[in-house]
Design a protein around this ligand. Sequence first.
Ligand code: SAH
Length: 458
Amino acid sequence: MDFLPLFFDLKDQQVLVFGSGPAAVRKTELLLRAQTKVYWVCEEIPEHLVSLDPISLERVEEADLAPWEQVHMVVAATEDAQQDELIAQKARQLRLPVNVVNRAALSSFIFPSIIDRSPVLAAVATGGELPVLTRLLRNRLESSIPHAYGRLALLAKRYRDEVRSVLPELNARRRFWERTLEGRFSDLVFSGREREAEDVLQECLKQAEADHSPVGEVYLVGAGPGDPDLLTFKALRLIRQADVVLFDRLVSEQIMALVRQDAEKINVGKERSRHSVPQDSINDLLVKYAKAGKRVLRLKGGDPFIFGRGGEEIERLAEQGVPFQVVPGITAASGCAAYSGIPLTHRDYSQSVRFITGHLKDNSCNLPWHEFVHEHQTLVFYMGLVGLPVISRSLMEHGMPGDKPVALISRGTTRDQHVLVGRLDNIAALAQDEKIKAPTLIIIGDVVKLREKLNWRD
Ligand code: SAH
């Protein structure tokens, strides 16, 4: 280990900073955030810093020796290699910790990259020489530590003494905090529902005292159209903490790989005309597991409220008094449109977009076709591949021109994405020739023409 990571309390301590460039400004800002008194050798203190904290910041002259005798730490960021070296030398002579920006070899300490969820802080460093790598790592951490972590820590701290007195035994206390911080309490804090979170914490504490099983919960989560990078942070967090996962055929393998290894995984996937688990049994399973105290993840392709039957599932949970939360996902229309270069509502071509189910019961055409035939409107059919001949014929019968552009996007956003572009009067035949397979989304409208110019992926 070349550097030992430490967290310094610099409140009311004094630091001497040299330099007028952006690095010096950044370090000064950081020091002010840590409530440090900064003596700054610079041309001029930028206005925004003066207003930020006029008291803790003092400009001093290079020749002024007084600060050297008072400070606890030195930062050199003059952008002049020789001058920085002299400052470092002097600091070392005085046994003061010194940082020379971007020169770890001259520094006795380095500034890590910080993820600030005060009072929770995470710091990353790569030895001071690889700022880009540090930044990449920082971004990863940034996305895995919810912004409300600070609030979570403060709230949990308030209950520390109470928990200690109710659960004097260390292991019981540890178990309690693990369960509570990984469960509904944290989710409620993250959703800004702190009053309810406190109730849950009290409830969990009562249960822990009586050693009962904790309250379970169902997470109805949208997994997006396939590319795992399109998951939301919240979806990822819940995927990682679930005890049981009920998933659909549409959820990609890469996303399933993010589920905890020891979690129970149940495939309730539906294929057209071959329902592996009937909807009613899925609803029952969700209730059963949640009531057994499990954190149950109901993972669905796309968005759970768009042709996802998510509503039916949580209706049952609501009736049964099972707590649940819903996490939206990127729906196939957004994902497929973005990844195939078709802006659904480009101002020159379309002012509205309709999401329509193409699942035609018994091949009947009981959809309001006349409403679909409009200039400046984009149509998106979900589950429409089998019904494509009926869909295209019906639209033409209701007056849509046969040369209206149509795109079929199969396995959109995944590495196997396939896009077939045609016209309303030939798309059904083309799809048959090319043996297009589900899941496929159908986009109909003049915006499809834009793909020629805007396709950025295939
Ligand atoms: N809740 C989902 C839709 C479920 S209905 C969502 O919001 O996306 C299933 C239909 O969605 C499929 O028949 C197909 O039309 C469409 N679909 C879902 N994922 C898709 C993908 N990756 N590529 C193309 N179409 C997709």
